[in-house]
Write a protein that binds this ligand. Structure first.
Ligand code: CAA
Length: 241
């Protein structure tokens, strides 16, 4: 049976690699994106994966977007809540817009998406929900009180949803990537990256987006049905829980 996946933020960065990894395992993939039309167009041209534009921080937009995906592609079996942004500032300099934008896009999005998909998964007796958390939700990070709170929240969300869905053939897991070579990490000031981050990665390098894509493919597979409520870390040894 061909499974259908929806990957939020699935046209760029880690999401781009996740979309391709799922496609490579024979899944029919739809990618969501928030704003960058040019990148989405290039992604669809490159991969043949359709891209759907809607704001994951907006419940009604998610409802409409998911309806469109299900009408054009089919019922969603695999949901990857990957979309995320940063608005890094030490707390004493952070304003409420920077807090709220990150909470909406990185955490409330998981509710908005999962709530609009869960009924179908429950009815069909199958589902894979994979939430992309972060090392910084596990250990905290200077300048990321908003992002760390959202990414830690995703781990709690994962465990609660896993408990509620385990008897329905649905698994819900989180992945906590470390620092992966994407535009988001490249936006970290070079001196901070070189002096405060890279020296603390025992593997001695940033992760590759494809390395996270493979984690998702594993958890999305039919064979991973006994794994639920877990957090898979992929951080080059930077933080062990
Ligand atoms: N630990 C300790 N001290 C740190 C620090 C850290 N990680 N990062 C910065 N500092 C220190 C600086 O050395 C500096 O110290 P001095 O004043 O003694 O020189 C001081 O904090 C700077 O403080 P400011 O109040 O001036 O901070 P700022 O307004 O310049 O903002 C920042 C700094 C925006 C937080 C900047 O340091 C930054 O962008 N840091 C990177 C944050 C980060 O790692 N983000 C992750 C992005 S990638 C991602 O999120 C993906 C993922 O999941 C991993």
């Amino acid at each position: 049976m061909t499974r259908i996946a929806l990957v939020t933020g699935g046209t760029r960065g880690i999401g781009h690699a996740i979309s391709i990894a799922l496609k490579d395992m024979g899944v029919t993939v739809a990618a969501n994106y928030g704003g960058n039309d040019e990148a989405a167009k290039a992604f669809t041209e490159e991969t043949g994966i359709p891209a759907f534009k809607f704001d994951v921080g907006d419940f009604e937009a998610c409802k409409a977007g998911i309806e469109q995906v299900e009408a054009e592609v089919g019922s969603i079996d695999i949901l990857v809540n990957n979309a995320g942004i940063t608005r890094d500032k030490p707390l004493h300099k952070m304003d409420s817009d920077q807090w709220q934008a990150v909470i909406d896009t990185n955490l409330t999005s998981a509710f908005n998406m999962t709530r609009n998909i869960i009924d179908g998964m429950r009815e069909r007796g199958f589902g894979r929900i994979i939430n992309i958390s972060s090392i910084n939700g596990q250990k905290g990070q200077f300048g990321q009180s908003n992002y760390s709170a959202a990414k830690a929240g995703l781990i709690g969300f994962t465990k609660a949803v896993a408990l509620e869905t385990a008897s329905k053939g649905i698994t819900c897991n989180a992945i906590a990537p470390g620092y992966v070579a994407t535009e988001m990490v490249k936006a970290v000031p070079e001196d901070v990256l070189n002096s405060k981050i890279l020296p603390y990665i025992p593997a001695g390098r940033l992760g590759e987006p494809e390395e996270i894509g493979r984690c998702v493919a594993f958890l999305a597979s039919d064979e991973a049905g006994y794994i639920t409520g877990s957090t898979l870390t992929a951080n080059g040894g930077q933080y062990m829980v």
